[in-house]
Structure formats: structure tokens, C-alpha cells
Write a protein that binds this ligand. Sequence first.
Ligand code: BJW
Length: 234
Amino acid sequence: MADRPALVILTGAGISAESGVPTFRGGGGLWEGHRIEDVATPGAFARDPERVLRFYDARRRQLAGVEPNAAHRALARLEAAWDGPFLLITQNVDHLHEQAGSRKLLHMHGELLRARCSRCGWSDRWTGDLAGVACPACGRLPALRPDVVWFEEIPIGLDRIEAALEACGLFAAIGTSGQVWPAAGFVELARRAGAHTIELNLEPSEGSDRFAERRLGPASRIVPAWVEELLVAG
Ligand code: BJW
């Protein structure tokens, strides 16, 4: 494949739903039974660190044994075959894209399988529980937190993301509700750059009408089909 447009893909919780990782919003979602401000803000962690850490410990345990699905694998295949600039931005804190083989990947909302010390800044891969554990570097407790981006915190890699969107010719958003900013605004940046924009989702997202094209259905079906189309068109 030659002369491909620069491709930027944004993924959200919907791409991992069929791997058994719950989404955030809607029936059975992660926020059901939790007020966001009790578990996913710096204020929540300052008020009640044990509660926040228990919420994330349970989610980290849920990740053990989950496997990438056909949609994750199709995106890894696309990256390997794409002869042009490529960036996969995920809002997901799971590790399913890298497990499927994606490498040009940016976790804009952090990673659940990493821990960070809120006091001394130490950070590393972390697969166990965090509740009741002192920081291995500075020894303070409570101090360790999951290395994820909560509301009111600045997402990771925004400069790189903005540069990629400004240069992109094709932008796809997969399995995201379009309710969380700044990710919800990426389609607008891509449109301004003149990119073709496409949404792939089970149902139309909040900002669905901002996309030039949309495909509806489960990610494990519609993402591999879209990838095959792109590869055949090459
Ligand atoms: C399927 C499927 C299948 C299902 N196949 N599809 C007003 C205006 C603008 C901004 C704000 C505002 N008020 C407040 C803000 C800022 C705030 C914000 O957006 N708030 C909103 C609630 C309004 N944002 C922030 O605070 C962010 N930081 C920030 O703005 O900093 C300031 C700044 C930024 C930039 C420049 C200058 C200053 C930080 C946001 C951090 C979000 N963190 C979380 C938690 C991460 C840790 C954790 O995992 O617990 O990230 S919140 C949560 O939502 C998580 C997700 O990544 C994120 C997005 O969710 P996602 O992926 O879209 O999931 P769902 O569940 O919403 O949707 C699932 C979708 O899948 C649905 O569409 C389904 O249809 C679909 N689906 N099954 C395909 N099988």
C-alpha cells in the first residue's frame, strides 16, 4: 500500500465490551451505582482514598484473563499494513490494544495496569491491588494511585494528538459515547484539517452528526469489515 492518508483512530470502551470489559455509561455500565465524583476525581481520592482504590482494584482484577477481540486484532493488522502516518489513540485504560499487537498507540486516559505515587511521582507497571500498599519509593501511605486520568486532570499526550489531528486525512472514532472532553472534540479538529470522518459504534454517539459517515453494529463485526475495505482499496 502506498501514499496512504494520515490515519488517526480514537477508541473508547465499546471496543472492549465484547472482551468482557464493562463500558462506563448505560445499563450495567461502570458508573451505575457510583457517582463519578466519588470515584473518578482527584477530590474523591483526597477525601476517601481507600474507597477509590478498592473501586480500581476490583476493575484491575476483572482485567485478568480478558482477551482482545476481533476489533482490536483488526486495528493491529491495519497498523502493520498502513503505509502512511498512523496513530491509535485510546481512551481505554485496559491493555487489549497492545495485547493484540498495536504499537503506535497512545493511552490518553492512562493505564490501569500502572501505578503512580501521588506524593513523589514514582510510577511503574502494577498488576496487584493498591489499597493499603505503601509507595515502594517514598514509603508513604496512602499515596499510590492508579496511573489513570480522572475528571479535572489533563489527558496524556495532547500535543501529539493535536499535531496528528491537524495533519490527518482520515479519522475514525470507534465505540465511544462522545460525552467526555477533550476526546469528544477530536472529530471537529479532524474535520477542520479536511479529513474524512467516520464513526463506528453500536448506536449513534452524542456527536454522531459531526461525522461524515457512520457504521452501526458491534465492534467485533464492523471494525474488521471496515479494515478489510481499507486494505482492499489499497
Ligand atoms: C459499542 C459496543 C460494541 C457498546 N461495539 N460499540 C463541559 C464542556 C467541555 C468539557 C467539560 C465540560 N464539563 C467538564 C468538562 C471536562 C471533563 C468532561 O468531559 N466532563 C464531561 C462529563 C462533560 N473532562 C475532563 O475533566 C478531562 N480533562 C480535562 O478536560 O482537562 C482540562 C483540559 C483538557 C484539554 C485542554 C485543556 C484543559 C479528563 C477526562 C478524563 C476521563 N476519565 C475517564 C476515567 C478514566 C479512568 C477509569 O477508567 O476509571 O475516562 S471517565 C470515562 O469516560 C473514561 C473513558 O475513557 C471516558 C469515555 O468513555 P467512553 O469510552 O466513551 O465510554 P462510554 O461508556 O461512555 O461509551 C461506550 C460506547 O461504546 C457507547 O457509545 C456505546 O454505544 C458503545 N458500545 N458496546 C461498539 N459492542
